[in-house]
Design a protein around this ligand. Sequence first.
Ligand SMILES: NC(=O)c1ccc[n+]([C@@H]2O[C@H](COP(=O)([O-])OP(=O)(O)OC[C@H]3O[C@@H](n4cnc5c(N)ncnc54)[C@H](O)[C@@H]3O)[C@@H](O)[C@H]2O)c1
Ligand SMILES: CC(C)C[C@H](N)C(=O)O
Length: 364
Amino acid sequence: MEIFKKMEEHDYEQLIFCQDKNSGLKAIICIHDTTLGPALGGTRMWNYATEEEAIEDAIRLGRGMTYKNAAAGLNLGGGKTVIIGDPLKDKNEEMFRAFGRFIQGLNGRYITAEDVGTTVADMDLIREETDFVTGVSPAFGSSGNPSPVTAYGVYTGMKAAALEAFGDDSLEGKTVAVQGVGNVAYTLCKHLHEEGAKLIVTDINKESVQRAVNDFGATAVEPNDIYSQEADIFAPCAMGAIINDETIPQLKVKLVAGAANNQLKEARHGDELEARGIVYTPDFVINSGGVINVADELYGYNQERAMKRVETIYDSISKIFEISKRDNVPSYIAADRMAEERIERVRKSRSQFLRNEHNILSRR
Ligand SMILES: NC(=O)c1ccc[n+]([C@@H]2O[C@H](COP(=O)([O-])OP(=O)(O)OC[C@H]3O[C@@H](n4cnc5c(N)ncnc54)[C@H](O)[C@@H]3O)[C@@H](O)[C@H]2O)c1
Ligand SMILES: CC(C)C[C@H](N)C(=O)O
């Protein structure tokens, strides 16, 4: 892999490889863009088949965070970390503490939090070594696990998207096919169930599926069958790149709205959904509840203020569909524009020299 060529493609600022033989830590921190402020993005732990796959994931996710934070109106840039390893077998205290020291060394350019495969307990260990971690235990005055807040944001964003797809934002009686019932999707299913939606679920973890069946009367299907279900909405809540050449022809839904990052394998898959009359809800906007919540910690966490901001996801999704119609572009392009325009506006307004640059961390 030609790494610099890859970084130039989407103008990545920095890629940092961290290893600690003692603990087995192999981490890649990607800092994509810090125009708006320090890069905030979670840490994913995953058993990547190859190092290339891990690098690819880190940079795609890091760039996604730039767009997510910008679209959410946060004064934060985008970055992400991937740790190579099996989160069920390879974790240890020293690993997260070593990782925390690497983050501290970046002196605030990158701030971390949870993502797939990492937990509040892991963030607490990172916190032992660095100031630049969020999503740690509420006992430390923090916001804790971001997943339930992400789920609430996805739920409210799905309602805004339902208005676009069905002309009514009620989800009562709608059938939602949910891929992956992990941390975010379990709570999403709870909200949907409470509103009277019917659920079809799948997961590679049988226990997670059973929990959704028991708690919400969901219908369970095999992982490969989730795309072809007779449903109104497909909610991708597992891994990325699942809207692709193989899955699109199977979809019978009118709306795609879920928590997973980087749902479109390639941009052209967003065009393909549009061509088939399937409404696509841009992932980095609908799933921004978690980062909005943890970002509030940087001001001294206030749950009411954070949740008020999470509620704005409904309006942001509606605005994207407005831009999409106004500019006659697919929704994924409208969302990218919304984020890029904000970054550009701030870049221009911050161009004058300041000796002591002020940023979101200055008040800490
Ligand atoms: N946790 C958050 O606050 C947050 C915020 C924004 C975005 N996201 C994104 O949402 C997605 C879910 O995050 P999470 O925190 O719930 O993770 P999680 O690990 O708790 O849940 C993911 C679930 O997907 C399942 N899964 C993996 N591959 C699958 C497959 N091929 N088919 C079916 N199921 C599969 C896993 O077994 C797991 O239960 C991820 O893409 C994550 O990046 C999470
Ligand atoms: C900062 C975290 C809450 C990041 C989250 N995993 C996301 O993808 O948005």
